[in-house]
Write a protein that binds this ligand. Structure first.
Ligand code: CDP
Ligand code: ZN
Length: 158
């Protein structure tokens, strides 16, 4: 059994779609970044790579590579799951937290969990997604950005 942690931050700016956990959330701003800037999917991908000691998504999908411009991060998560599979690892479960003052994530949590679970090929019961504000404190609290934390458990077949 191997545990992994992931953390990511993206800026909120006008004129971008807001995609969290592969689900588009209606809001007047979106996350800035080279890919779709899906902060939650990035944190989860890093937690999986971390548990397998395989680096991070910046290493596997560099933002200098035009191939990954505006790519859906769900595709990258799928590639991460393929990679760990070739090394004999399987995801047991994921838990994560989205830190955002606004918008409200809870109405979308079930859709996010299902999207992530389908991408990773695991049961939705093994994918937990939570959200919190920071009560107005810090960059998330001021609405300047959104952060996400993720932890995962992998097992390795002998
Ligand atoms: O301190 P606590 O996390 O309980 O309170 P909060 O940060 O005010 O969040 C209250 C509820 O709103 C939590 O149950 C979160 O799941 C939800 N929430 C959300 O859906 N979307 C956010 N961006 C922030 C919080
Ligand atoms: Zn990111």
């Amino acid at each position: 059994m191997r545990a992994g942690i992931g953390y990511d931050v993206h800026k909120l700016i006008k004129g971008r779609r807001l995609v969290i956990g592969g689900v588009e959330i209606p809001y007047n701003k979106g996350l800035a970044g080279h890919s779709d800037a899906d902060v939650l999917t990035h944190a989860i991908s890093d937690s999986i790579l971390g548990a397998a000691s395989l680096g991070d998504i910046g290493l596997h999908f560099p933002d200098t590579d035009g191939e990954y411009k505006n790519i859906s991060s769900i595709i990258l998560l799928g590639k991460v799951c393929q990679l760990i599979k070739t090394k004999g690892f399987a995801v047991i479960n994921i838990d994560c937290v989205v830190v955002a003052q606004v918008p409200k994530i809870s109405p979308f949590v079930m859709q996010i969990r299902q999207t992530l679970a389908t991408t990773m090929g695991i049961d939705v019961d093994n994918v937990s997604v939570k959200a919190t504000t920071t009560e107005g404190l810090g960059f998330e609290g001021k609405g300047k950005g959104i952060s996400a934390f993720a932890i995962c458990m992998l097992n390795k077949k002998d």
